[in-house]
Design a protein around this ligand. Structure first.
Ligand code: COA
Length: 418
């Protein structure tokens, strides 16, 4: 077996839905042995948004590749015995249950570190383990609402909007990935595990950092790069305005479809060439646009001129014209464009996976590219597919022990509750 970056790291992954599984899938891509521990009924997403009867949904199959699955009933005493033994054999324990669930199982960090002081226990919560919001459950859009993203997304005169990128769920998963890696590195020096937590609200705030920059800049005057004129005492919704020091906007192109736009950044140094290309020498020397301050003031007119020019072009053709003069720009690509895109396929960011029940589906690939850790995507496991294998190969249980546990309800939902 090829050595990978995380070869030798065993993860006990109790996470469900998206925030946790997005993190453990990345760990699996990089070679960790990820054991997905599911309730006997399975991760709820196996059946959510199903497109085919009795087949694990794409919601599940796209977030749980490169994992093995076991079912353990943690409300059953025999299930708890299995869980405690697994904790002893794993480097990382991950969970993203609602507040208080682990404590009710009898396995919060205090108990877990007693069982295995070297384990890194990683937890995603909507709002963290303490503070006035700690007891709230959270989903993606709740985190976007409370972390600053919604209030800064959309048009100035429209309602707050969520963004399609799952910054609360997969965004938290990526943060958690970084935190787990840091904890594993620290363990190399100290020999101790630790408790690692990412709150979805915190992660969204981290991704909105530049909006807090703008909020504080407001004390010293209006924000010239925004196309709006009136400001209140919070960072405004910016529409398609560039969030950085350069002006930018989405320019409508032919034939006028939903995504026929080219996002153009009018970088300071490219203006003379761009102005010449769209309006000749006259525009290049027009005092209304002569420097960035003038262009900020007159940006509505500048965008109008660019749109007038763009009306004759399709987005890719316009990009080619602007690329010739080194203007940073990119067409708005939809999921259909991307899944078949040559560049995307070449970088293995759209990868076909063969699932035993579903057949072929396309997963988004691993965005972390390591020269010494090639990624090979394997299909998501069926529910409990690896229960027997893990009981014997990881826990060393013999057939009698597995029989006793099975009869005691360790792996099934019909077992008595404790
Ligand atoms: C996502 C969320 C809102 C879902 O809420 P929920 O469907 O009520 O699920 P919870 O996590 O609160 O509870 C899971 C239940 O399954 C049970 N369960 C989970 N794994 C189990 C197992 N292996 N065996 C037996 N029971 C199990 C838990 O005991 C709990 O039941 P209980 O309330 O009777 O104790 C909640 O988990 C949450 O806020 N998580 C933290 C933030 C997060 O990650 N959000 C999701 C982003 S994608």
């Amino acid at each position: 077996m090829t050595d990978k970056a995380l070869s030798g790291i065993r993860v006990l992954d109790m996470t469900h839905v998206q925030a946790g599984p997005s993190c453990s899938q990345l760990m699996g891509f990089l070679g960790a042995d990820v054991i997905k521990l599911e309730p006997p009924t399975g991760d709820i997403t196996r059946s959510q948004l199903r497109d085919l009867p009795d087949v694990d949904s794409l919601y599940f199959t796209m977030l749980n590749c490169n994992k093995r699955s076991i079912t353990v009933n943690l409300k059953n005493p025999k299930g708890k015995e299995v869980f405690a033994d697994l904790i002893k054999k794993c480097d990382v324990l991950m969970e993203n249950f609602g507040p208080g669930v682990l404590k009710r199982f009898g396995f919060d960090w205090e108990q877990v570190k007693e069982i295995n002081p070297k384990i890194v226990m990683a937890s995603v919560k909507g709002f963290g383990g303490e503070g006035p919001y700690a007891q709230f459950k959270a989903y993606e859009n709740v985190a976007q609402a409370m972390g600053g993203a919604m209030s800064t997304t959309g048009l100035h005169d429209g309602p707050p909007l969520v963004t399609g990128a799952q910054i609360g769920d997969s965004g938290s998963g990526i943060h958690l990935f970084g935190a787990i890696m840091a904890a594993l590195l620290q363990r190399e020096r100290t020999g101790r595990g630790q408790f690692v937590e990412c709150a979805m609200m915190d992660c969204v705030m981290n991704l909105c950092r530049v909006k807090f920059r703008d909020h504080q800049r407001l004390k010293h005057g209006p924000l010239a790069e925004y196309s709006i004129q009136e400001f209140e005492d919070f960072a405004p919704r910016a529409g398609n305005d560039s969030g950085g020091g350069q002006l930018g906007n989405a320019i409508a192109c032919k034939p006028g479809g939903a995504n026929d736009y080219l996002y153009v950044v009018v970088q300071e140094q490219v203006w003379p060439a761009l102005a010449k290309r769209i309006g000749g020498d006259k525009l290049a020397s027009d005092p209304r646009f002569i420097d960035i301050n003038a262009r900020r003031k007159n940006q509505a007119e500048m965008w109008r001129l660019l749109e007038e020019f763009a009306a004759d072009y399709r987005k890719w053709d316009l990009m080619a014209v602007f690329n010739e003069i080194d203007v940073p720009c990119g067409p708005v690509l939809d999921t259909g464009d991307l899944i078949d895109d040559e560049h995307v396929r070449l970088r293995e960011m759209a990868v076909d996976v063969d699932h035993p029940k579903r057949g072929k589906f396309t997963n988004v690939g691993c965005p972390l590219k390591l020269s010494d850790s090639p990624v090979e995507i394997t299909p998501s496991p069926l529910l409990g597919e690896h229960t027997d294998e893990i009981m014997s190969s990881v826990l060393g249980y013999d057939a009698n022990r597995v029989k006793e546990l099975r009869e005691g309800g360790a792996f099934s939902k019909s077992a008595p509750k404790t």
